[in-house]
Design a protein around this ligand. Structure first.
Ligand code: AMP
Ligand code: ZN
Length: 464
């Protein structure tokens, strides 16, 4: 069965074939760790998780790399403004390094809560400074760079095909780039490879380089890291749609200029999560909602958000509202109830996944990750007259892509409602560091005959 993916480079669905036969190199641009991720960011990571799971479902081995941007991402995408990390540090009265560590851990917790598979390789921008400097040196040797008073820049006019990803007319791009004016740049679209530390100011994050003390521009890290970890397997590179015009366009320009080779065959982009009324959710707009605030703190299973994301195709904008959360909550509860009924009917009889329904499901996800259609196939399967054990095996099989913990539904919902309520209250108490209440709730749960255990991944409640 062929896997079709929409490639932003060619603007069409293409049959996907990796460079190496059975192994796929996947690079997903990671978070800038100066604040919590918002559920918009997490929508993009959910789309990438589905992509990865679909590749695995198709039998590929996947080498997945995700970077952590912990330096160099300025408040203006075009190399102007302040470093977001240093801004975050000032806001919280901590060091940039502390901020990076704190928000990296928070991000990893979010991924876990959403059942997003961990990348095989995490890499931090600050751990690959030497590789970034080497790449800039190559560009310098090949004549693609020039210096200004504040840094070393890439001359975009020297790279043919600068607009091949954005498909924008260069004049329009230049015009868009002119918003942030830097009179020393030769072309409005030129971008910084290395920025100098401002004179007289000691930055928290700075390194010596052949050009002077400073820090790398934002885009160079992703080129250096993907070349370092995925050389010879530059198959798929992803991010949100906002990365098309600047970040990914610049990554392609500097990488292909340095190597004279194509940099990634497939470029895939997830559409935005908007707040009702079509407004983009953004950290800078101050209208952002975290996974904790929207789901966990209110006792809502974060997998409700995972389920919600499946209702809209990843290339279409998704609207977030209280009503959409409610609808997804009802939808997931309904699905779990359906699966629980099948589980009870199947008993301990082993079953094999049904080939027709798994093929239908695979057809849907292989059509550019069509999750709305795939979820309809799940409903069709549950309502079919397949034998219960076969039905169950089919659902568990496709849950390798859904990642909704279908195998655990029986146990999870077997808790009496009162225990469930006390457990959620205890999660909230612990989040608020109300240890006395947390202990009291543990005792109350014990009095109902259940044992609470705290692990590094959260709390589990079992019947001893
Ligand atoms: P950042 O941490 O700002 O670098 O963003 C992390 C990822 O989230 C990037 O791939 C962005 O393209 C993506 N992103 C940012 N805002 C949204 C949004 N409102 N909806 C979906 N994805 C987003
Ligand atoms: Zn990137």
């Amino acid at each position: 069965m062929t896997l079709y993916l929409f490639n932003t480079l060619t603007r069409q669905k293409e049959a996907f074939n990796p460079i190496r036969k059975e192994e796929v190199g996947l690079y997903t641009c990671g978070p800038t760790v100066y604040n919590f991720a918002h559920i918009g960011n997490l929508r993009t990571y959910l789309f990438e998780d589905i992509l990865k799971r679909v590749l695995l479902y198709n039998g590929y081995k996947v080498e997945h790399v995700m970077n952590i941007t912990d330096v160099g991402h300025l408040t203006g995408d075009r190399d102007m403004g302040n470093d977001k990390m240093e801004n975050g540090a000032r806001r919280e009265g901590k060091s940039a390094w502390e901020i990076a560590e704190f928000y990296t851990q928070a991000f990893k917790r979010d991924l876990k809560h959403l059942n997003i598979l961990d990348p095989d390789i995490w890499c931090k921008a600050t751990d690959t400074i030497a590789e970034q400097i080497r790449l800039i040196q190559t560009l310098e040797e090949k004549g693609f760079t020039y210096g200004t008073s504040d840094g070393i820049y890439f001359d975009t006019s020297k790279f043919d095909g600068y607009t091949k990803l954005s498909h924008q007319n260069l004049d329009a791009l230049q015009e868009g780039a002119r918003v942030e004016k830097n009179p020393e740049k030769r072309n409005a679209t030129d971008f910084a490879l290395w920025k100098f530390s401002p004179s007289g100011v000691k930055r928290q994050m700075e390194w010596a380089s052949p050009w002077g003390v400073g820090f790398p521009g934002w885009h160079i890290e992703c080129s250096a890291m993907s070349m370092k970890h995925l050389q010879g397997r530059l198959d798929i590179h992803c991010g949100g749609t906002d990365h098309i015009d600047v970040h990914h366009t610049n990554e392609i320009a500097q990488s292909e200029a340095a190597t004279d080779e194509r940099f990634f065959n497939f470029w895939m982009h997830g559409a935005f999560l908007n707040i009702s009324g079509g407004k983009k959710m953004a950290k800078s707009a101050g209208n952002f909602l975290t996974l904790d605030a929207t789901f966990i703190d209110r006792g809502i299973d974060p997998l409700v958000y995972r389920f919600a994301a499946f209702q809209t195709h990843y290339r279409k904008p998704m609207e977030h509202s209280e009503a959409s959360v409610q609808a997804a909550q009802n939808g997931l509860t309904h699905l779990k109830n359906q699966v629980r009924t099948v589980m009870k009917a199947a008993g301990s009889r082993p079953g094999k996944p049904d080939e027709t329904y798994t093929a239908k499901f695979r057809n849907a996800v292989n059509d550019d990750l069509n999750m709305p259609r795939a979820m309809a196939v799940v409903q069709e399967t549950l309502k079919s007259d397949l034998e219960s054990s076969i039905k169950l095996a089919t659902i568990l099989n496709v849950d390798r892509v859904m990642g909704l913990d279908m195998a655990d539904v029986d146990q999870a919902e077997a808790l009496p409602a009162e225990v469930q309520r006390k457990m959620e209250a205890r999660i909230k108490a612990r989040r608020e560091k109300d240890w006395a209440l947390s202990d009291q709730l543990r005792d109350e749960i014990a009095a109902l005959g259940y044992q609470v255990q705290d692990t590094k991944d959260g709390m589990s409640v079992t019947k001893p």
